[in-house]
Design a protein. Structure first.
Length: 391
């Protein structure tokens, strides 16, 4: 755009840039508590957005155009990063491998329009249209995923993205429009609305994580109580596993214990949730020499396996039991590993670090439970043997 510098456009650019900078500071404050990748992509895009607003203010202050050199390209880059953030937020990270090549092709086409055809206005119009398509795509994708989120943050963000994309479709004509300043003001308003909506979405996500943590603590209390209510190992493990699967919103769960911790030759299935009876019969005992068993027993951190992994170090029964993602963590005792705790999901899923720490705590609790209940069983058996001897 080639608006001549005037106080109106300078005031609009200054207010939009100031609001964007304040939101950027807020984002940096929120970064330590938000470890998700989608927010980092958004933060990168918003940093570019603030930078281009600074360039606009500088250009207008010197009497230059509203869109100086590099600003249209930075606008497209910011919109592309916002789209990548939405894809990551929706769990469509696998689609990113197609986004970057398409972005490179689009950038090449835009450069060709400006250099080969020697018509800069055609390049600017194409960049503006491409930017609007990116905003519309991001808003549409986010709106379609409304069932995945709670609160109003995703609604505000999706609506702001769509409105910004729709409003800018005729941006090439704003220079000759009598209400050009009004249109520029609304475009800035939709931009700041996007930033506020993302802040609301992040704060709502933080509140949701706090609620989930409180629910997990409640479940952990139930698991602890369940572990002390039975004097049989299998019954105690079944109760603990049932609460664990429910608290993680998983579909499968199992506990495998070494037949002899001193000589770990095989692991036996002692408790399951969500598995078929055929699995209990066919996979009741697994050799400890299998790669996935050795890897899980050796690791200090959880071992995550996916059904589509091609390395062969995954349980064969993941396919038959329709488990897309499986997390295995070893159960430690006083003198070494006692077995494995596994949690599976029938849909592809990435377990967060907080959930893995929660699994580690439950695995430690299971180790204590197995040893304590085994001690009670041994004491009860000795008592019965003593009574039978003297009776």
């Amino acid at each position: 755009m080639t608006f001549v510098s005037n106080p109106g456009f300078l005031a609009v650019a200054f207010m939009e840039g100031s609001a964007a900078f304040i939101l950027l500071v807020l984002y940096w404050v929120l970064v330590p508590g938000i470890a998700t990748r989608f927010f980092r992509y958004w933060l990168a895009g918003w940093t570019v957005y603030v930078a281009l607003e600074g360039l606009r203010i500088y250009s207008l202050w010197l009497g230059g155009p509203y869109d100086p050199r590099f600003v249209p390209a930075l606008s497209v880059l910011a919109a592309a990063l916002f789209l990548v953030s939405v894809l990551e937020c929706r769990g469509m990270s696998s689609s990113l491998k197609y986004v970057w090549p398409l972005g490179g092709i689009a950038a090449s086409v835009l450069l060709a329009l400006g250099s080969v055809t020697r018509t800069p206005h055609l390049q600017r119009d194409a960049e503006s249209l491409f930017e609007c398509l990116l905003y519309l795509s991001a808003g549409w994708l986010l709106w379609r995923s409304k069932v995945q989120y709670r609160g109003v943050g995703w609604k505000l963000l999706a609506g702001a993205l769509v409105l910004r994309g729709l409003h800018g479709l005729d941006r090439a004509d704003w220079a000759a429009h009598s209400l050009g300043l009004f249109r520029v003001s609304f475009q800035g308003l939709f931009g700041i609305m996007m930033g506020i909506a993302m802040a609301v979405l992040v704060l709502e996500a933080g509140r949701a994580r706090t609620e989930d943590l409180n629910e997990k603590l409640r479940r952990l209390a139930l698991i602890t109580a369940e572990a002390t209510q039975s004097f049989k190992v299998d019954d105690a493990l079944e109760g603990v596993l049932r609460h664990l699967v429910e608290s993680l919103a998983a579909s499968h769960g199992l506990v495998l214990l070494l037949d002899d911790p001193g000589r770990p030759e095989s692991v036996s299935v002692r408790a399951t949730v969500g598995f078929s009876d055929r699995f209990r019969k066919q996979a009741a005992r697994n050799s400890s020499s299998e790669p996935w068993v050795q890897e899980a027993l050796r690791r200090d951190t959880p071992l995550t396996s996916h059904r589509d992994d091609a390395d062969g170090a995954i349980p064969r029964w993941m396919e038959t039991e329709k488990i897309a993602t499986l997390v295995l963590i070893r159960i430690l005792g006083k003198e070494g590993p006692l077995g494995l705790l596994g949690i599976g999901s029938s849909t592809p899923r990435a377990f967060e670090s907080e959930e893995e720490h929660y699994l580690a705590n439950v695995a430690n609790l299971l180790g204590l439970t197995v040893q304590n209940v085994a001690l009670f069983e041994s004491a009860a058996a000795s008592r019965r043997q003593w009574l039978d001897t003297f009776d």
